[in-house]
Design a protein around this ligand. Sequence first.
Ligand code: URA
Length: 466
Amino acid sequence: MTQTDRIPGQSSAAPALHMIDIIRKKRDGVALDAREIAFVAAGAADESIPADQLAAWLMAAWLNGLGLDETRALTLAMRDSGEKFSPSRLGKLAVDKHSSGGVGDKTSFLVAPLAAACGVAVPMISGRALGHTGGTLDKLEAIPGYRTALTLKEFEAVIQKCGASIVGQTPRLVPADRVLYALRDRTGSVENPGLICASILSKKLAAGLDGLVLDVKTGSGAFLRKMEDAEFLAALMVATAEAAGTRTVALLTDMGQPLGRAAGNWIELVECVELLRGERPVYSEDVRELSLRLAGWMIHFGGKAVTAEAGRALAEAALADGSALAVFMKMVDAQGGDVSAFDDPMGFHKPGATAVVEAWQTGYVTEMDTTTLGWAVQRTGAGREKAGEPVDPHAGILFHARRGARVAKGEPLATIYATTDAQLAEPGELLRGAITISSTPADDVPQVCRIFTHENAEKYLQNAVR
Ligand code: URA
């Protein structure tokens, strides 16, 4: 593809751009300017740049990295690559939460209703499973009838009615990310801070948010496992979103084990509805705690609490009085979902095949290699091998032990729900290889490791050597 920019009224034109030159430049480690970056984003969005060239560029960007200016330019160009949502008619501040991706990461189903119940508008545009991580849309579609593909008009109507709506990208919202995201998934070019930042933020900024709460994962199940990489991503996203005019915070949180006790589709929703009903299942405390903290920031950014701590107290109250549960059910109903499926959630749960993995020795669970556990979940049928494949709503893994738990030989460690009997063996093997049982307990890992706001993010980036 070639492009020549003409400035009206002037005879001279900017030099033509050629994708091959842009690929070679990035391959050789030379920084691209904003015009070149915009050319790539526009060519991805209208599919005028062929997939092989985009894939080569993505790999060059993955290997050589994107600088701060390149990342900012890519984020804005992707944001502007299609239609946008304007929350101005909602009459409330609009705040969303986004996670960089994890296993059993289900906080959206809690924070959206919690913040909405406290008077914040939550326009949440979510994604599908990527790599070893689960996808919010795949989970919601486990509810019979739930529609994730709404028009922007329908999206606005649901938020007006319920305070929150969780949907997928429309075909015209950030089309550049739709194309690049699918290519990254297929070409091993997901785990790069600049690409992740632009992918996540372009969608969030296209939703016209007043505030954004980012949950950046670190540890064995995160895309960026090393703490310093996750810190860099968190600071990068905060600084990029703030520069674009959205108040943003990033909580760096542990993904060194699945979040909560369920990882899959329907079973994750069940865990959330139990929490919204005020139940306190034994291995769900981490999801509850993290959701309250994230919701606290959303409520603060939404202008309903002077601090994030005060916002958290409001979120606790919305959990205790059932108002968050009411918002969740109203939203499901408004999006066509059959709420009666939650009357007896485990009765509704109909996996094709079930197996229990038992502890092979007595001791403490000291490590859970969460990326491997994520792939185990995907192999049950809960995730997809190829883009566009259907997922099994009832597949997944329920964990009966977590890091730090003492287990006796023969005790259940996890229950695997798969589509067919043939799909039980591989997840079982992966699971056994991913969990370490030792004779001595491991040290505790804090759930929230660090917080970035506009105050420390820029400074961190200036000092970071990349
Ligand atoms: N989520 C996204 O939307 N994009 C990424 O690149 C990673 C997680």
